[in-house]
Design a protein around this ligand. Sequence first.
Ligand SMILES: Nc1ncnc2c1ncn2[C@@H]1O[C@H](COP(=O)(O)OP(=O)(O)OP(=O)(O)O)[C@@H](O)[C@H]1O
Length: 374
Amino acid sequence: MSGLSVKGLRAAHGRNEILAGVDLTVEDGALACVLGPSGCGKSTLLRVIAGFHPAMAGEVALGERPLDDGRRRLPAQHRRVGYVPQDGALFPHLTVAGNIGFGVPRARRRAKVAELLALVGLDGLQDRHPHQLSGGQQQRVALARALAAEPELLLLDEPFAALDAALRTELRAEIAATLRRAGTTAVLVTHDQEEALSFADTIAVMRNGRIAQQGTPQRLYHEPDDTAVARFLGEANLIPAAITADKALTVLGPLPLTAPAEANGHGLVMLRPHQLRLSAEPGPGAIHATITDNRFRGHDHRLELRPTVPDGLPATLIAYTGTPWNATEAWVGAQGAAHPVSEPPGSAPRRPAHEPAGQAQPSRTPVPRAVNGS
Ligand SMILES: Nc1ncnc2c1ncn2[C@@H]1O[C@H](COP(=O)(O)OP(=O)(O)OP(=O)(O)O)[C@@H](O)[C@H]1O
């Protein structure tokens, strides 16, 4: 078993604390994505796990094997952890075969290189040099070189960042399949939510030097803990609601909850844009809105809507529709389950959209008109 376990990991660059107690668990053979904004410490986390950068506190273990338990720190070359940097960092003077077989004992080198060339789909290119390869091919060589050492854990630092969108999608799927075939536990860092959602078995959202939430892509997308995680995973409508044990009472009508609420009260619920439905006629729970932006995106249409009566709603609602919406106004309702979300720790109190700054009442989320007096 060689799942990764990271507990309370802290690290700094000079006097700046970058990792402030990271907890991360990746099961044996699983693919994990660490997702976070630029500069939040993702690369630093990988470099500490790889043993290239010292931890100040915390523990890192691969299965039963401690890599760093605060008392004993294994040197990088003994960790059995592979690292693929953003640019691949191939040796320019070596051929593809030379790069892949670099650290492999001579007796096994030929067979190993042939096996890895097939695994990453580069059969026949063994005699080329890196400058004779496309960006995607170079990244595949970098992956093969990292796998040649048969690591128990592979760390990938934004390996697709330099590639165009189509190649990125293709290579991402190929690399995920390759890692699954090899049964290698892997951690990929990215700031691209689509990449994380499509690549990972588990996603960890990193913020302020910690993991804000970790879970399956489905869980993080549909049931984020707070508004920042909700927004980081995709567009979200955050709607004021009176929350009961099993319902959210909103201006868009009563909605079931994704899970029973622990406490009643006023708060926010999240509705993803595909949960808003548009209609030309008023109906129960539907509010009137003006379309302020309408874009065709190939697979769907993305609309921005301004509610006519704000009612504490966000100034802009976002809806995705499968069919074109050609009118300049709509009645907006909601479908599916609403998910209660809190504000992230340390964030400024929310102000109702219609309340000027000077009148903000931080402890109160507006009560939707639909539930007043009900
Ligand atoms: N060698 C270094 N010396 C000093 N500060 C550094 C060093 N490397 C990174 N930092 C700082 O540490 C913070 C985290 O950097 P890191 O590269 O880990 O972030 P990241 O989330 O991987 O960013 P990106 O997505 O842009 O690659 C940043 O503020 C960065 O400026």
